[in-house]
Design a protein around this ligand. Structure first.
Ligand code: HQG
Length: 182
């Protein structure tokens, strides 16, 4: 399958599995799992040709491991990034490294300096362990600023951290006092 088809399918799967399953009449359970046959038939009604092979290829080749398959191979979910209100991943709290990074754009800094980091439409604020990822995330929105987050200090103050299956760190919000531009 061409890279173009794989990339387009990955974007489509992100859209339905994170945000709008109802757009193709797909039901997700609270853990975000959707039935692959229902996904394929829902997508077909929307004029999009998927197959189990294509889906498996997207899951395997995905640079950020955005999706996972159930052990029986019948279901698929996005591992982070959700905004859908019916999905509530039961993630285990984990101890974060001392510092985590968040890449954002300069134009958001005035508001971030006032309110801290907030999740926006997603369920969590997304943080990464490495600068490269943070930089790539920030670039999507404009001129990049990398923020250092004092994650262990936050945890000591009672904030909870989670790690998605693909390594992305998640927390509900980051108050201004724990944020320092790199
Ligand atoms: C910003 C991608 C103003 C925040 C990435 C970000 C990630 C504020 C934007 C995942 C703010 C939200 C998530 C405040 C935060 N005022 N702006 N108080 N607080 N923001 O896309 O973190 O490639 O929802 O800095 O890799 O950029 O799609 O979050 O710029 O893991 O798999 O509001 O999405 O993954 O944007 O990215 P997003 P994000 P995928």
């Amino acid at each position: 399958m061409s890279k173009k088809v794989i990339d387009e399918t990955s974007k489509f799967l992100s859209y339905v599995l994170r945000h709008e399953p109802q757009a193709i009449g797909l039901e997700l359970d609270t853990e975000g799992w959707g039935d692959i046959d229902a996904l394929i038939s829902g997508a077909a009604r929307d004029g999009r040709q998927l197959s189990r092979e294509l889906i498996a290829q997207v899951v395997d080749s995905n640079d950020k491991k955005r999706f996972s398959l159930s052990a029986d191979g019948q279901r698929i979910r996005a591992v982070q990034g959700h905004s859908n209100k019916d999905v509530h991943l039961q993630l285990e709290a984990r101890q974060p490294p001392a510092i985590l990074y968040h890449g954002t754009a300069t134009r958001f800094m005035e508001s971030i300096n006032e309110k801290g980091l907030i999740p926006g439409s997603r369920h969590h604020v997304h943080l990464s362990q490495d600068l490269e990822t943070a930089s790539a995330v920030g670039q999507r929105y404009g001129k990049v600023v990398i923020l250092q987050i004092a994650a262990q200090d936050m945890q000591a103050q009672g904030f909870t951290f989670y790690q998605a299956e693909n390594g992305v760190w998640l927390t509900e919000q980051v108050p201004v006092s724990f944020i320092k531009p790199l």
